[in-house]
Design a protein around this ligand. Structure first.
Ligand SMILES: [Zn+2]
Length: 228
């Protein structure tokens, strides 16, 4: 599985419990983080310092979950656009890593009124790039042919797309056993997350709400698309 998102911490927030569970079950998981997160610091630090901190935190969070590798595309935080360069980075990762499943944040989710959540514009841009890369760009030989000619990255068909969307879901993952690791991976993002924060309480509440919908104590929920 390949997670394609905008920021260090997005995958732990959306899917950390599922990722830990899937890896326990034998999955190989990679991350592509499109921005460097360099505006995501609350304390006095330069963008370069924030970038280094956040990439180190992301690697530690991924290590806690058992993720095989993390790739960073290094676009500036809060400026991500769904342009050709970003799509090409997503296609490169898909053709290189050849995942059966890609996970991202649903770019059609602008907000969730129920949760008081506005979806960050970087999340939407990353989600759009991931969708476009899955279909049709990574699949098609004539899309980014230079990746084939210069980097020997052959076309690849992703079969399953998982989208994090607070407004709708058709696929639930019981994370009762892996919630502790999800929280530990979030706590690795020390510059962003504290265990007693409002965010931590929201994550617990959301996992319980998702669990209620599917008969589990705690769950993460996604839109799952089988790409035909
Ligand atoms: Zn984010």
């Amino acid at each position: 599985m390949l997670g394609i998102v905008a920021h260090p911490d997005d995958l732990e927030f959306c899917a950390g419990g599922s990722i830990a569970k899937w890896i326990d079950e034998g999955a190989t998981v990679y991350y592509l983080i499109l921005t460097n997160g360099n505006r995501g610091g609350h304390e006095q630090a330069t963008p370069e310092e924030i970038k280094a901190t956040r990439q180190a935190e992301q690697r530690e969070a991924a290590r806690i979950l058992g993720v095989s590798d993390v790739f960073f595309a290094d676009y500036d935080d809060c400026c991500l656009e769904t342009n050709e360069a970003v799509k090409k980075d997503a296609v490169r990762a898909i053709r290189h890593l050849r995942p059966d499943t890609v996970l991202t944040i649903d770019p059609t989710m602008m907000y969730c009124a129920e949760q008081g959540y506005i979806n960050h514009p970087d999340h939407r841009a990353a989600g759009q790039a991931a969708l476009d890369a899955v279909f049709p760009l990574a699949r098609d030989r004539l899309s980014f042919p230079e990746l084939i000619a210069n980097e020997k990255l052959l076309p690849h068909e992703v079969t399953t797309l998982l989208l994090f969307n607070l407004n709708s879901a058709n696929f639930n993952v019981d994370i009762t056993e892996s919630m502790a690791r999800k929280l530990a991976s979030l706590e690795a993002h020390k510059s962003q997350f504290t265990p007693d924060s409002t965010m931590a309480r929201k994550i617990q509440r959301l996992a319980k709400e998702n669990g209620t919908k599917c008969g589990a104590r705690l769950a993460e929920s996604f839109v799952r698309i089988t790409v035909a």
